[in-house]
Ligand binder design. Structure first.
Ligand SMILES: NC(=O)C1=CN([C@@H]2O[C@H](COP(=O)(O)OP(=O)(O)OC[C@H]3O[C@@H](n4cnc5c(N)ncnc54)[C@H](O)[C@@H]3O)[C@@H](O)[C@H]2O)[C@@H](O)CC1
Ligand SMILES: Nc1ncnc2c1ncn2[C@@H]1O[C@H](COP(=O)(O)OP(=O)(O)O)[C@@H](O)[C@H]1O
Length: 332
């Protein structure tokens, strides 16, 4: 078990060759955001650019793409077609901002081109009103997915054989929990995290994935992060104070960060940072270490100027470059 250090982080930062262009630093395909979580799409896309990715494409519903474009000129958008109602009676149940499963066909070329794919930040699975009538599982609190769930399933099927890094966050994890624990509840075939994947659960999300009480997870964070990495064949980033990173063999503990990060949207920033490092050719395990350490350091630097009370997730975007400079300067 290793605690991440400034020196180690400095040693795994990717190079920035002079003779380079935007594609040198990789393409992120970020599938994120929904009608109530437009901010998650913004934060996860911009944070990937802030750590040095060359090109970020946000694929989402048209309204999310419009919102993000209105806030920043830096992100390329790929609006995906909304789901259509099959019958007149469905119309009141279907939020037209849900993405059609057929959108995966439109994404096919982008999925193949991308250096890394991030899926799930704010990509709600609970957009349709019929979900509100369903009961949550009493153990894991998970409600049967709906809304974007058909799109999710089509997407996960499409990328099963993908060997590029894929980062699964937030609702992508909740959807996977549903598939893992209710395999016969739908007529769908088994599906798993992809090779070279990274998952970024907070303790409740890991509790849903493992079907283990969240208090048990918190009492044995290293054990459950490592167990999940082995069982699910993925790299696990178990978030919270002293984030644990494990590939099932190695374990890293993050010393950076403070309560400034305990604010909505900071997890979306982390997902983008890890994706941005993967895009630059860093191994998924090192990308997870870089993202987690620098995310925490950005929170500390932001809190030095704004207080632990006053930092916003969007403030982190300004402090990521300062955190990188701090690490670079430590190397001289
Ligand atoms: N501006 C935006 O658009 C934002 C969008 N977000 C998106 O909102 C969606 C829902 O995410 P949420 O995380 O709110 O919903 P969840 O339902 O996954 O998590 C909330 C539950 O998990 C528990 N929990 C969270 N962190 C915990 C921890 N460290 N220890 C123990 N329990 C913990 C909470 O107490 C709560 O019961 C995600 O798709 C996410 O990406 C959020 O990131 C917030 C900001
Ligand atoms: N008290 C804390 N100390 C250190 N890091 C924290 C603390 N609280 C939250 N974080 C970090 O902030 C992020 C929160 O992510 P998450 O729970 O997914 O939030 P959201 O879904 O709102 O984006 C994680 O990276 C977590 O490790």
């Amino acid at each position: 078990m290793n605690t991440l250090t400034l020196e180690y982080i400095n040693s795994i930062l990717p190079p920035r060759p002079d003779d380079s262009h935007k594609m040198t630093f990789g393409q992120v395909l970020n599938i994120a955001g929904s009608i109530h979580y437009r901010g998650a799409a913004y934060l996860s896309s911009l944070s990937a650019l802030r750590v040095g990715a060359g090109y970020v494409t946000l694929a989402s519903s048209p309204s999310v793409c419009d919102s993000v474009s209105a806030q920043t000129p830096n992100v390329v958008t790929l609006p995906l077609p909304p789901r259509q109602a099959q019958q007149a009676i469905d119309i009141k149940h279907i939020n037209t901002q849900s993405i059609a499963p057929q959108a995966v066909l439109q994404l096919r070329d982008k999925l193949a081109q991308a250096s890394v794919i991030s899926i799930g930040s704010g990509l709600s699975i609970s957009q349709s009103t019929d979900q509100l009538n369903r009961y949550p599982n009493p153990i894991n609190g998970l409600i049967v997915p709906d809304g974007n769930s058909e799109f999710f399933y089509a997407l996960l099927t499409e990328i099963q054989a993908n060997t590029h890094p894929v980062i699964f966050d937030a609702d992508a994890l909740n959807f996977m929990s549903h598939l893992l624990h209710h395999p016969t509840s739908t007529a769908q075939k088994p599906i798993s995290f992809t090779k070279n994947s990274i998952i970024t659960p907070h303790p409740k999300e890991l509790s849903r994935l493992l079907n283990v009480d969240v208090n048990m997870i918190q009492a044995q964070r290293v054990h459950f992060a490592s167990l999940a990495a082995k069982q699910l064949n993925t790299i696990v980033v178990l978030k919270g104070k002293h984030t644990v990173i494990s590939d099932g063999e190695h374990i890293f503990i993050n010393p950076t960060g403070n309560s400034a990060l305990a604010k909505a949207g900071t997890g979306d920033v982390l997902t983008g940072m890890i994706a941005g490092f993967c895009a630059q050719g860093v191994s998924p395990l090192n990308a997870a270490c870089l993202g987690v350490y620098l995310h925490g350091l950005a929170g500390e630097l932001a809190a030095n100027e704004l207080s632990q009370y006053g930092v916003l997730a969007s403030d982190l975007l300004e402090y990521i470059p300062k955190a990188i400079l701090r690490v670079l300067n430590a190397g001289h």
